[in-house]
Design a protein around this ligand. Structure first.
Ligand code: MF3
Ligand code: CO
Length: 265
């Protein structure tokens, strides 16, 4: 604990990192499995069932299921839903975007990753939002190096998103993870260079920019979960689990299989 009562992050051992890698890779495989199913007409509840079965078949547990009472195994956030969208029976439509966020637990350790998919053809401004949000994540990962600070990560996301006129969500943040889904530190998507905690080798964190086409403001829906943009314009969300290293972050999750699945659609 520091003076503010906030627990300090603890570096993971290489054995622990290996287990987080296995969980994170399974999330990447599950997202890729869903990538091939995402098209107009499919429901997010169907995607939830497919992911749930896929994760259990791989000897893991879909960790979001029951987490603080969460009712499903994936979060599926469509269009103006930013994050924590609860799967439902409304079919996806051409032109929608859907963020799928998945956490799995295997051998006691979490992996957490998310990807925003286009459903069929989406409008150019929304397509651009997805590209730039993915760039925000990549720029943040570049900053996730020992000796840099949390504010360097936040600045990388915020400056790139705002240069495109987008809104950066502030109410939700990335996080450390390991035996728990949410561990210190909090990883904000906004900030000032050279401020905040100094990053240490071995910290495992999830970086997850949530970027809005319109204003940054959000509201929580009556379901107690879904976070939606206040102006009802679309939002995008990508997330990687990674470990802080000396020269370059080691990304433990992967979008490789998603991109392969999308290319062969
Ligand atoms: N990836 C999210 C997070 O990091 C999702 C957790 S919400 C849950 O906070 F309740 F579904 F687990
Ligand atoms: Co997360």
């Amino acid at each position: 604990m520091n003076a503010a009562g906030v627990k300090k992050p603890v570096a993971k051992t290489e054995d622990e990192i290996e287990l987080i890698r296995q969980s994170s890779l399974l999330v990447g495989k599950t997202l890729a499995e869903l990538a091939s199913w995402i098209k107009p007409g499919v429901t997010t509840l169907e995607l939830d069932r497919i992911a749930d079965e896929f994760i259990r078949d791989h000897g893991a547990y879909p960790g979001f299921n029951g987490y603080r009472g969460y009712p499903n195994s994936i979060c599926a956030s469509v269009n103006s839903a930013v994050v924590h969208g609860v799967p439902g029976s409304a079919p996806l439509k051409e032109g929608d975007v859907v963020s799928i966020d998945i956490g799995v637990v295997k051998d006691g350790f979490w992996g957490d990753s998310a990807y925003t998919f286009a459903v069929g053809e989406v409008k150019p401004d929304v397509r651009r939002l997805l590209e730039v949000t993915l760039e925000c994540l990549d720029l943040a990962v570049e900053q996730a190096v020992a000796g840099k600070r949390l504010g360097d990560i936040g600045f990388a996301v915020q400056s790139h998103a705002e240069a495109h006129g987008y809104g950066v969500v502030r109410e939700l943040v990335g996080h450390g993870l390991g035996r728990n889904l949410h561990e210190p530190p909090e990883v904000a998507n906004y900030g000032k260079r050279g401020t905040g905690l100094v990053l240490h080798e071995g910290w495992v964190i999830a970086i997850e920019p949530m970027i809005n086409l319109g204003s940054r403001h959000v509201r929580e829906m009556e379901d107690g979960w879904t976070i939606r943009t206040r102006d009802d314009r679309p939002s995008a969300h990508y997330e990687h689990t990674l470990v802080i290293r000396k020269e370059q972050a080691e990304v433990l999750s992967t979008f490789k299989w998603i991109h392969e699945a999308l290319a062969s659609k």
